[in-house]
Unconditional design. Structure first.
Lengths: 175, 145
């Protein structure tokens, strides 16, 4: 299974790199879709059907909206010149990346290997959730009962995003 | 906004209702099977988007529909918040307390508040996605005028 996930991740990286360098924005959007749909297969292989359903539906709707937006605007990408300032920016990015990797390595060195020793909280969730929440689907039990604040925050973020879209995409005020 | 050809219209006529019902199923069975408010809400919004794309609509209808979806979105998030607040008032005094009787695990009406949360989050997500889509179309029509 790790081999399959590795192959899919390499595929996703190739799609993302193509999406950056494509000269036509429509093909860049579709190459971005490769990343989303490969993520669906990854979720299914990792036995997370809840996430897979959400990901595949949201990816489809987003792709439709993005294609509609691209078809109505310019399909040519505006390339800038690669001058001195761009070199400085790239060098800064590489330095910051190296520093962040070093800190990540230092911070994760004393931790236990992945998946071990961290099951103390998960045991309570996995064994007691059906009795405490009455929900057979454990994911819903965690999302809406143990982690209710998170769900409230997500829903509020969505409302705020819609408010932002309605505020920006308006030429005349409503009478 | 103009509609598409007869083939697309007929296929949409056959499919859109099934997509809508499937979204409702995913929302209502959120505490039993994979899925829930977020996934089902996006599927319900998808059925509306399918209809609008295939059949097209004139500007005034779109504006009316956008007004309705905005209202439903804000009402749903308010009801969600008030359902969470009822745990403060009744029961044990904890925000998000699940004080309704839990029933038998595995039945459709069980798990106390979780199906209600699922339904209102589903309405909220469906109305949000539809509002964003409608806002983009209305913006384009306003520019073309």
């Amino acid at each position: 299974m790790e081999l399959a996930i590795s192959v899919i991740v390499i595929f996703m990286i190739l799609g993302a790199i193509y999406a950056i360098h494509a000269s036509d924005i429509l093909s860049a959007v579709i190459a971005g879709g490769i990343v989303g749909y490969s993520l669906v297969i990854c979720f299914l292989l990792l036995k997370a059907p809840d996430l897979a359903i959400v990901q595949i539906v949201v990816e489809t709707i987003t792709l439709i909206i993005m294609v509609a937006v691209v078809l109505d605007s310019s399909r040519k990408e505006a390339y800038g010149k690669f001058d001195t300032q761009a070199w400085v920016t790239a060098a800064t990015a590489v330095v910051i990346l190296a520093i962040l990797f070093w800190f990540l390595k230092e911070a994760s060195a004393p931790l236990a290997p992945f998946g071990e020793n961290t099951m103390r909280m998960a045991d309570a969730y996995v064994n007691g959730a059906v009795d405490k929440t009455g929900s057979v689907n454990l994911v819903t039990g965690v999302l809406f009962d143990f982690r209710g604040y998170d769900t409230l925050g997500e829903a509020t973020v969505l409302v705020t995003a819609v408010l932002g879209v309605l505020t920006i995409l308006r030429i005349r005020g409503r009478k | 906004m103009k509609g598409m050809t007869v083939i697309v219209k007929k296929t949409t006529q056959l499919i859109a209702g099934i997509v809508f019902l499937y979204g409702i199923y995913i929302i209502l069975h959120g505490h039993l099977t994979p899925g829930g408010g977020f996934a089902g809400g996006v599927i319900v919004a998808g059925s509306f988007i399918l209809l609008i794309l295939a059949y097209g609509s004139d500007f005034l209808n779109l504006v009316k529909e956008e007004r309705g979806s905005t209202t439903y979105e804000n009402l749903a998030i308010l009801v969600f918040l008030f359902l969470a607040l009822t745990g403060m008032v009744a029961g044990v005094g904890i925000f998000f307390a699940n004080w309704l009787p839990h029933g038998t695990p595995g039945e459709l009406v069980s798990a106390g508040f979780l199906p209600l949360y699922n339904i209102f989050v589903g309405i909220e997500v469906a109305a949000s996605i539809l509002t964003i889509f409608l806002a983009l179309i209305i913006f384009k029509e306003e520019v073309l005028k």
